[in-house]
Design a protein around this ligand. Structure first.
Ligand SMILES: Cc1cc2nc3c(=O)[nH]c(=O)nc-3n(C[C@H](O)[C@H](O)[C@H](O)COP(=O)(O)O)c2cc1C
Length: 212
């Protein structure tokens, strides 16, 4: 049995295309594997706090086992989010592109789950920082919707895509390297071209269900 964690980042609810596409995938996945467990984490329409000074002091406290109670409290949400991520086998992120990157709620979630000693380790090799990923055996699917066209790897705006590229980098940093991206593009173009792109994304998602 697999456990799926779906992180939803659009500030939009029923009008969100990334959410709708995620439902296409998740409902097909659940129809094929009814015993699989699905957990949802809302980061687009619920507030995930940004990193604060107290968070930094607590997260990088030199003796984590001896962290004062007040610092443990500062990390409570982060501990919960990290535990949630580590407790699932498959991560599905649905997100729009916002200003060439991800919405701030998703960035806040990233900042909460990239944790020294829990999802990555840091050491010095001849004085030079070395990083080691600590997360193993997970795969991720990023389902995204964009207003423009051409942000894919071979597209003419590829160099302006700091959204799923950011997610790939961060997930790889903590050890999740099996990452697939499915995008619908052109919501801000004429409706017909977006409909074609969204339909292609749906077909790709349905085909992917077998490989999860
Ligand atoms: C604040 C904001 C910023 C956006 N920035 C971009 C952008 O940089 N590039 C782009 O292609 N579309 C951009 N869009 C359009 C969204 O990516 C597009 O509407 C997407 O389909 C929204 O996904 P959703 O329906 O899941 O919310 C932006 C939309 C908003 C509201």
């Amino acid at each position: 049995m697999s456990k799926i964690l779906a992180v939803h980042a659009s500030p939009r609810g029923e009008r969100s295309h990334s959410r709708r596409l995620a439902e296409v995938f998740l409902s097909a996945l659940q129809a094929r594997n009814p015993q699989w467990h699905l957990t949802r984490r809302e980061v687009g329409r619920a507030f995930i706090p940004p990193v604060s000074e107290a968070f930094v002091a607590a997260a990088f406290y030199p003796e984590p086992e001896a962290r004062p109670l007040s610092m443990q409290a500062d990390l409570a949400l982060s501990d919960e989010l990290v535990g949630e991520l580590l407790g699932h086998d498959v991560l599905v992120i649905s997100t729009p592109m916002h200003n060439f990157s991800v919405p701030s709620g998703l960035k806040a979630w990233i900042d909460q789950i990239v944790r020294l000693g829990l999802t990555f380790n840091h050491s010095l090799d001849n004085g030079v920082a070395q990083y080691e990923p600590l997360v193993q055996g997970k795969k991720a699917l990023i389902i995204t919707s964009r207003g423009g066209f051409g942000f894919g790897p071979d597209g003419e705006l590829a160099s302006m895509n700091h959204a799923d590229t950011l997610l790939r980098t961060v997930l790889g940093f903590i050890g999740i390297t099996d990452v697939t991206v499915v995008a619908a593009e052109g919501e801000e173009s004429e409706a017909r071209s977006f409909a074609v792109s969204a339909a292609e994304a749906e077909q790709r998602l349905l085909a992917l269900v077998r490989s999860f």
